[in-house]
Design a protein around this ligand. Sequence first.
Ligand SMILES: Cc1ncc(COP(=O)(O)O)c(C=O)c1O
Length: 383
Amino acid sequence: MEPNFESLRKEFPVLKRKTYLNSGSYCALANEVRAAFDAYMEDRLLVGANWDVWVTKNESVRSLVAKLLHAGPDEIAVTASVSAGLNALASAMHFSGPRKKVVVSDFEFPTNAQIWHAQEPRGAQVVHVPRAADGYIPLEMFEKAIDEQTQLVAITHVCFRNGAKLDIPGIVRLARAKGAKVLLDCYQSVGSLDIDVKALDVDFAAGGMLKYLLGTAGIGFLYVRDSYVQSLLPTNSGWFAQAAIQAMDITANRPAPTARRFEAGTPPVVNCYAAEAGLEMLLRVGTPAIEKRNFALTRRCMQRLQEIDWPSITPSQDERRGATVAVPSRDSAGLSAELMKRDIVTSYRDDNVRASFHFYNNEDDVESFIGEMKDLRASFAPR
Ligand SMILES: Cc1ncc(COP(=O)(O)O)c(C=O)c1O
């Protein structure tokens, strides 16, 4: 049975005041996520240091992320950010042998390129796959870049700049043929699309709770395929990455036998409360239904933009995009600010305004956005 999306909308108070199309930056806050923040405050006020509950929350987040990605809990590290997870992973990799190359695409969020460039003093060679003349990256471009010297193909699922989705199964096939591993940065897709890391056959995946996972900043995850966990020894570490956290043994580094070895220090406790509530809500609604709704909303939005003669640059085929519709503008910052004055919350990157949809949006939101865009077209559409 399809979730009752109209009734779910009532759980997000901001939707009463704003047309909220900014989940690709920061999700709308649900009542139950706010209640989770409150529960943390209550714990602090009434109990003080509720250490046992805190640790349980961290483990609960791990299990929920595992369920979401169709992975095992022992394959999930709960991290402070995507950057923290990638740094721990990079620290466990070696670039002195024949496989020095890390292939990234021109669609990467900065951190998933910068962290690999940061490995250059350790021997890494970072190769960028450029976009074609149409602004997108066809598989052939990856085919040229991935070879026997490639250790890792580190790619975004959905591009934060234009909403385009990369051909992940195609890229994984190319990587496998050359013996390279694949890291998926799924921050722009997780929670808005249905993701199965086993079906996608990626080796690593990273994301966070701030966007479509309904949580907050300061918490993320790293998935590491179980068969690689034990052979990767992070040098970025900490006491929560140890096999026996409470052993307090300062004589050696004894990393956890699970993906917890990619964690570091004290968990982001308050963020765990929020992340747990957000993930529980998201899993209740169900990512297959969410994906279907997001495709319907983005499709509708793109059609309506065509009708007002201000077409989006995001690919029109469902299988080539995520939940963001990017609209080009001669002044994207000015357009986003003008929309905000009219209670339409968007964001902008490069020359595009981004309207990001989630299950709590509806067709009225599309119409409100289109109505204002029509009004602003003369001042902001590309010349
Ligand atoms: C695709 C992608 N990766 C990574 C990040 C950010 O990562 P971090 O958690 O390190 O801030 C973002 C956005 O903030 C993103 O859109």
